[in-house]
Design a protein around this ligand. Structure first.
Ligand code: GDP
Ligand code: IMO
Ligand code: MG
Length: 432
């Protein structure tokens, strides 16, 4: 059975939510395996808009199991708020439809505060990352530092005080150093005990559930968050998020072996966007960037920030194809390019007088690369809302074919609007 991993192949916001929602009709289980509520995934079903940050996009469909894997950092307050919001939209969020891995690390208010303190301090020194301020980085630091409080700890009130002690020894030293008040032990205990009842009914042995499902021949869809260029190892470090966002993470982030992954679908926007600080070689700080941002409605789901916009960068996506093992891509937002006279595509970089065909690893070199562009003819017809390949203007088909060639991966799906059904299937990722 070909289980499918969906990953972002750029800097996030490629349209993963829409595609996961569309694909989930063919799946039995949808699993988040990294990141947290820094993600903002938008689904539009018959005009109704759902915005998901922490819950898997499969939650919107009846009859699917949603799973939050151990690779996620889990904010219990954000969970309660998102579940409430979804219930108000008629989505049922109940323990029989959603499982949270018992070994998932928690994001607490002190993580959120630390994220904010650091970003505020960095604003003056020019080292700001532009995080979502959700506490993602600090929570992963505590996980790797072996002092995190995990979901299962909420069920063991005898040993919880010791774990809180260990956590606070670390955090209070940091807070003192940054000139902020210490956190009291009782406050964290209160925070944890107040959310326990809302979380524990969802807690389960996720690795076992997934193993059973797999043996039963059920189809598993892994929903990545962020994008390859935000990966802690393969991205534009340090302007990245704090998890591995690449497809391989689906295995350890959920408790399955790597052979569980059959197909890697890279979600790819027909141009490029980025939120937050960091290098962006094809950024268009001009009327083209404004055009893409306005027409593509490029505003962050989580923070409302305006996304930076630019031309398609084939160098980055070609690299994403390699580091994820992308089998095929879902090309999204082609309709945003409708009506442009000409469209540029970056095919290589110039670095210190030399031409290169990859993104260099160092921060300094990433800031210095200059894009080498090819100019393609645009199209005057419309792709918006197209549901068949034959409805696409000839020049739009040429653009798609050219991208396939440049990145070395085929288009499996093509998305032509935010609506679930405005999607063209070329190759079914679940097909064996
Ligand atoms: P994600 O983080 O990768 O799930 O993407 P976001 O939801 O943050 O951002 C993608 C935005 O583009 C959302 O507002 C989607 O509704 C929208 N979108 C997705 N696919 C298409 C498409 O093919 N065309 C257009 N115009 N919008 C799309
Ligand atoms: P989805 O899943 C776009 C960016 C932030 C910042 C950097 C680090 O919707 O594609 P963090 O809060 O993770 O420590 O911030 O990563 N970032 C995203 N950008 N889409 C996302 O998620 C993102 N999640 C984090 O803007 O630059
Ligand atoms: Mg998003």
């Amino acid at each position: 059975m070909a289980n499918v991993v969906v990953v972002g192949s750029q800097w996030g916001d490629e349209g993963k939510g829409k595609i996961v929602d569309w694909l989930s009709e063919r799946a039995d289980v949808v699993v988040r395996f990294q990141g947290g509520h820094n993600a903002g995934h938008t689904l539009v079903v018959d005009g109704k808009v759902y915005k998901l940050s922490l819950l898997p996009s499969g939650i919107v469909r009846e009859g699917k199991l949603s799973v939050i894997g151990n690779g996620v950092v889990f904010d219990p307050h954000a969970f309660v708020a998102e579940a409430e919001k979804l219930r108000a939209q008629g989505v049922s969020v109940t323990p029989d439809r959603l499982k949270i891995a018992e070994n998932t690390a928690l994001i607490l208010s002190l993580h959120r505060e630390l994220d904010g303190f650091r970003e505020d301090a960095a604003s003056n020194s020019g080292t700001k990352i532009g995080t979502t301020r959700r506490g993602i980085g600090p929570a992963y630091e505590d996980k790797v530092g072996r002092r995190a409080i995990r979901v299962m700890d909420l069920a063991d009130l005898d040993t919880l005080p010791q774990k809180v002690d260990r956590l606070l020894t670390h955090h209070n030293a940091l807070r003192r150093g940054l000139g902020h008040a210490e956190v009291k032990h009782a406050a964290i205990m209160q925070e944890l005990t107040s959310v326990a009842d809302a979380i524990l009914p969802y807690m389960d042995r996720v690795w076992k559930i997934l193993d059973d499902k797999r043996r039963a021949g059920e189809r598993i869809l892994f929903e990545g968050a962020q994008g390859t260029l935000l990966d802690i190892d393969h991205g534009t470090y340090p302007f990245v998020t704090s998890s591995n966002t690449v497809a391989g993470q689906a295995a350890p982030g959920s408790g399955m072996g790597p052979d569980a992954i059959g197909y890697v679908l890279g979600i790819t926007k027909a141009y490029t966007t980025r939120v937050g600080e960091g290098p962006f070689p094809t950024e268009q700080n001009n009327e083209i960037g404004e055009f893409l941002g306005t027409k593509g409605r490029e505003f962050g789901v989580v923070t409302g920030r305006k996304r930076r916009c630019g031309w398609f960068d084939a160098v980055l996506v070609r690299q994403a194809v390699a580091v994820n093992g992308i089998s095929g891509i879902a090309l999204t937002k082609l309709d945003v390019l409708d009506g442009l006279d000409e469209i540029k595509v970056c095919t290589g970089y110039r670095l210190d007088g030399q031409e290169i065909d990859y993104l260099p690893a160092s921060q300094g070199a990433q800031a210095r690369v200059e894009p080498i562009y090819e100019t393609l003819e645009g199209w005057q017809g419309t792709t918006a809302g197209a549901r068949s390949w034959n409805d696409l203007p000839a020049q739009a088909v040429k653009y798609v074919r050219h991208i396939e060639e440049l990145i070395g991966a085929p288009v499996a799906l093509l998305s032509t609007s935010p609506e679930r059904d405005d999607t063209i299937l070329v190759t079914d990722p679940f097909q064996d």
